[in-house]
Design a protein around this ligand. Structure first.
Ligand code: S3P
Ligand code: PEP
Length: 434
């Protein structure tokens, strides 16, 4: 275990910030950028992705598409993608390193069937522990071949064969990304694809994001809200696409208002966004903050002047902000119970354990229940937190540090997976003092 109380001088030290009154611009959405790049690669003709996220995971997706023979060029304010219309050039057999990006690896698994050669998808040591067996089963039903090179059900996996389509039953209880993967490439199957999720779908709002981007590239999948999803056979049209801001990344900024007290305004947030992590704002409100949605402008203000109270909430639709809420919950005057945390153990780290370890390191306590985790108010003490390469743990630890002081974060650069400018932005806002 890499966590411990007490300070050792190795990382970034975060001091207590005091009451805040600051403004930020949300970085572009990671989920929307991945999908826009993929739809653009599959479209017939040239697309422009405006305001894409510039981060490690997006580099992984861009480089993967380039390896598959797609031209992606950096242009002013965006990326130009010359789509292949679903007919990929023959680049022979390729091995693609998806590093730490689960979204890239899962979303490209079905797309790989369109490449004439065999495609092997691999990643970091942690990626090799993140499950993909249920998606592989679905890909096999759809006509593909999948071979697990090291451990059954986990990357690296070698994909070949073709996408014939038809009815595909998929267990998506571990990840919505399995369904998104089938949806995105589904239009190019030989027969219409009918995706039938089995059991409960994890992180369901991400399916609406997938459908939303597909729609922007001219393909309208049938309703994703319940039952089966029918994907029309069609070719994506190129698009001039602008990526909206990221509510998951913005959660850390709003959380600063909650734990420090004061006001935080975050610009570049679509008030009508389909991102499930927008629900974080409602949770802060229930804990005692005022949230101003500004009647449809593209910014949100969180103002927190009173003490925080604990809440009970189901976060199965917004897994990426569970650690943020857990960090805030340590500052409340009563416990917070978060339900729907079942698939958190499959992320960049086992995030249930990460929440427990983070709480204990800084003087609080968290307890795992049956599909839930309860966070108790903390009596804060100095601590060193090693996020173990999980960007969301690092950013949540920064929230605790700004609220309580005395937090040192080891290897803080892991935030570059989704929000490379996170610490620079805190510094610019005058919240970090070396
Ligand atoms: O499709 C996506 O863009 C994502 C889906 C979610 O994963 P799961 O569906 O595996 O929970 C989320 O945690 C991840 O950060 C991004
Ligand atoms: C789980 C995440 O991403 P991915 O699944 O793409 O690795 C995340 O960003 O929190």
């Amino acid at each position: 275990m890499l966590w411990k109380g007490g300070g050792v001088n190795t990382g970034l030290k975060i001091k207590k910030a005091g009451t805040v009154d600051v403004e930020f611009r949300a970085p572009p959405s990671k989920s929307y950028t991945h999908r826009a790049l993929i739809c653009a690669a599959l479209a017939e003709g040239e697309s422009f992705i405006g305001n894409p996220l510039d981060s490690e995971d997006i580099d992984v997706t861009v480089n993967a598409l380039i390896r598959l023979g797609i031209s992606c060029r950096k242009i002013k304010d965006g990326i130009a993608v010359e789509g292949c219309g679903g007919v990929f050039p023959d680049v022979g057999e390729v091995i693609i390193d998806c590093r730490n990006s689960g979204t890239t690896l899962r979303l490209l698994s079905t797309l790989a069937l369109l490449s004439p050669g065999r495609v092997t998808l691999t990643g970091t040591k942690r990626m090799k522990e993140r499950p993909i067996g249920d998606l592989a089963d679905a890909i096999k039903q759809a006509g593909g071949d999948v071979i697990f090179i090291e451990k059954d059900g986990f990357p690296p996996l070698r994909i070949s064969g073709s996408l014939s389509g038809g009815r595909v039953i998929v267990d998506a209880s571990k990840s919505s990304q399995y369904v998104s993967s089938l949806m995105l490439t589904g239009p190019y199957s030989d027969h219409p694809m009918n995706i039938m999720p089995k059991g409960s779908i994890a992180s369901k709002p991400y399916l609406r994001i997938t459908a939303d981007v597909m729609r922007s590239f001219g393909i309208v999948p049938a309703d994703v809200s319940n039952g089966s999803i029918t994907i029309p056979q069609d070719v994506y049209s190129p698009s001039d696409y602008a990526v909206e801001g990221d509510y998951s990344s913005a959660s850390y900024l709003f959380a600063v208002a909650a734990v420090c007290g004061g006001r935080v305004r975050v610009n570049n947030l679509n008030p009508h966004s389909l991102q499930g992590d927008r629900a974080f704002l409602g949770m802060l409100k229930d804990m005692g903050c005022d949230i101003d949605l500004n009647s449809g402008e593209d910014y949100v203000v969180a103002e927190c002047r009173k003490g925080l109270k604990g809440i009970e909430v189901d976060m199965s639709g917004s897994p990426d902000v569970i650690q943020t809420l857990a960090a805030v919950a340590l500052f409340a005057d009563s416990p917070t119970t978060i339900h729907g945390v079942g698939n958190l153990k499959y992320k960049e780290s086992d995030r249930i354990q990460a929440v427990i370890d983070m709480a204990e390191a800084c003087g609080g306590r968290a307890e795992a229940g049956d599909g839930s985790v309860t966070i108790y108010p903390a009596e804060f003490r100095e601590c060193l937190i090693d996020p173990a390469d999980d960007h969301r743990t690092a950013m949540s630890a920064a929230v605790i540090g700004l609220g309580a002081g005395g937090v040192e974060i080891k290897n803080p650069e892991c935030v570059s997976k989704s929000y490379p400018e996170f610490f620079t932005e805190l510094r610019r806002a005058g919240l970090l003092h070396e």
